[in-house]
Write a protein that binds this ligand. Structure first.
Ligand SMILES: Nc1ncnc2c1ncn2[C@@H]1O[C@H](COP(=O)(O)OP(=O)(O)O)[C@@H](O)[C@H]1O
Ligand SMILES: [Mg+2]
Length: 578
């Protein structure tokens, strides 16, 4: 099943696999001719019948065949290489395109760890499977049959004995496969678990050290590693044992062939050159199958990865909408929306009206559901109840590209890529001139800080960690500004950064709302930042408990007023300390 579906996905590779088999078979023919020549020369010399002219012909044919075999071997390698490359390209493309079709909500479906595993190791294991294993599988059946067809014309009995012993190897493989399956499943499970724990502990190393828990963690790791070692040993010993059995069959089968050959020769049923040929070719019956046996565990891993990749590429896809947004007012309406990640509803009957050019804020304690609302609006999450309309159109039916150009989502972990500042900023607008880029950086008070370090050519490392948190976030904002979309959603965009950066960012956000007519949705837990918004929505456990202007909410004296007072007291207290 898996194999057939994989083949369908990789049908372009079937031709390489066929080429591999053909080159290997041609190589085998060349080898048969070489051995035929050698056998003839030995026997003619033995009977003293060899003249110079004959010798020259045999040597010439043999040399030519050696050359041909080299060429065929080379062509086989090339085909295997092409197959591997193609497999990698096709699979990675398939996974990548699937991701694109899943759209911005892909995180709802697949974890980053799973993706990395699939794109990396998963693809590599299938590369071996397609590059080597499948062609070897076909060749291992064709080679003994070819040898049989060539040799049976000299002596049927020996040819039958040899060809009949070969299937013992695949029988052993099948038996091992039955036993191995359980052990291998266990192996993979333990392997993935260990990889997970290892990554977690590595990420949390500093924290573990601070809390003095690193020794416990090390002990736990050691325990898991030991468990993994034991399972690995089991797999290895299984493989070793099956190798021994396969070798045994190879040698016993070859020996049996040789014994029958000698018997036939002594009974005068075979000429000397024929007997030599059988003796030299006997082991070739077994070699391809034996080779297949050693590729076998790679093949097993390949099938497992294939299962995983197929499962992913076959996931049902949310259909992208067809509606392209036009020049209507940029209103967003959320009508009676409820949403649950798992069983429990995290949003309950939310209704919010946002008109073009409005600056609205979502506030509330952590876990209240603010980010969930933001993600629903830009369709990173699907599967809600109720209706969301953008520019009067049902969100579900809007084309993703059109939606993405309408709104920009900025969170406190927006990604910056390794590369220059310029490359990162051009993501916001690929046509922007250097002057424009610098203008945006200046607006964020960032250009002065970067000028001495290379300005637009300053190279960011992975995660942008060679900038301070505040600088990184101001860069993210500068990039967002370049996009110049009508709607901006800021989700805790000033979290965990220095006061100065926060002030610069908030100033720009207010400017976007006031002077540039943008529609702004601001999510923050710092109420000092939302005072100037047109309307504030206070969330609690997935419900809107209060809404109105800052003034109105303060006058109401409800939850918002309480939270605002508490925060102001805390901040004033902090200032008093300093
Ligand atoms: N990916 C997720 N899977 C399951 N539950 C989630 C997920 N993301 C958030 N939640 C839960 O949904 C609720 C609302 O989360 P969120 O919208 O992030 O809150 P806020 O942004 O207001 O802090 C929380 O109880 C949170 O635990
Ligand atoms: Mg949040």
């Amino acid at each position: 099943m898996t194999k057939l579906r994989l083949l369908r996905m990789l049908k372009g590779d079937v031709k390489y696999v066929l080429q591999e088999v053909i080159w290997q078979l041609l190589g085998l023919f060349a080898q048969i001719i070489i051995i035929g020549c050698v056998a003839r020369v030995i026997s003619e010399t033995y009977f003293n019948r060899l003249d110079t002219k004959q010798l020259i012909i045999y040597v010439a044919v043999a040399l030519f065949s050696v050359l041909a075999k080299n060429v065929f071997d080379r062509l086989y390698m090339d085909a295997a290489f092409a197959a591997s490359n193609d497999v990698k390209r096709v699979l990675r493309n398939n996974i990548y395109n699937k991701l694109l079709r899943l759209g911005v909500c892909y995180k709802q479906i697949v974890s980053s760890a799973q993706l990395t595993q699939m794109m990396g190791e998963g693809v590599e294991q299938l590369e071996i499977y397609f590059g080597k294993y499948i062609s070897q599988f076909v060749y291992a059946f064709c080679a003994p049959l070819t040898l049989f067809l060539v040799l049976q014309q000299y002596n049927l009995k020996v040819a039958v004995v040899l060809v009949a012993s070969v299937p013992l190897i695949p029988i052993v493989i099948v038996i091992v496969m039955k036993i191995a399956r359980k052990v291998l499943d266990k192996y993979f499970q333990v392997y993935y678990e260990l990889a997970d724990t290892f990554l977690e502990k590595l990420h949390g190393m500093t924290t573990l050290k601070i809390y003095g828990a690193d020794e416990d963690a090390a002990e736990e790791m050691a325990e898991e590693s030991e468990h993994f070692r034991k399972v690995t040993m089991k797999v290895l010993s299984l493989q070793l044992n099956s190798t021994i059995v396969m070798d045994l069959i190879t040698y016993v089968g070859t020996a049996l062939g040789i014994a029958v050959t000698l018997n036939e020769f002594l009974n005068n049923n075979m000429s000397l050159d024929q007997a030599i040929m059988f003796l030299l070719l006997a082991i070739e019956f077994f070699r391809p199958m034996r080779q297949l046996g050693s590729y076998y565990h790679m093949g097993m891993n390949g099938i497992k990865s294939g299962d995983m990749i197929l499962e992913f590429t076959n996931l049902s896809e949310p259909q992208d909408g067809k509606i392209i947004l036009r020049e209507e007012p940029n209103n967003i309406t959320i009508e009676d929306v409820s949403f649950a990640y798992e069983d429990e509803a995290v949003l309950k009957n939310i209704s919010i009206n946002i008109n073009e050019g409005q600056f609205i804020s979502l506030v509330g304690l952590s876990g209240a559901g603010k980010s969930t609302i933001a993600k629903l609006i830009c369709r990173r999450l699907r599967g809600y109840k109720g209706t969301i309309r953008v520019k009067g159109k049902n969100l579900k039916y809007i084309k993703e590209e059109s939606l993405m150009s309408l709104m920009t989502y900025v969170s406190n972990n927006s990604y910056v890529f390794p590369g220059t500042i310029r490359e990162n900023m051009l993501l916001g607008n690929e046509k922007a001139s250097d002057k424009k880029l610098i203008g945006a950086l200046k607006l964020m008070n960032l250009y002065d800080e970067l000028e001495d370090r290379g300005g637009l050519d300053f190279e960011l490392v992975e995660g942008g960690t060679n900038l301070s948190g505040g600088q990184r976030q101001r860069l993210v904002l500068a990039r967002a500004l370049l996009k110049n979309s009508p709607v901006y959603i800021f989700d805790e965009a000033t979290n965990n950064i220095d006061m100065e950066s926060e002030e610069i960012i908030m100033k720009v956000i207010r400017k976007l709302a006031k002077d540039m007519g943008k529609t702004i949705i601001l999510i923050t837990h710092r109420l000092a930042n939302v005072r100037t918004s047109n309307e504030i929505f206070m969330l609690q456990e997935g419900q809107i408990i209060e809404h109105g202007s800052h003034k109105a909410l303060l006058a109401m004296g409800g939850e918002y007023a309480k939270l605002y007072k508490a925060q102001r007291e805390l901040e004033n207290y902090g200032k008093g300390e300093a």
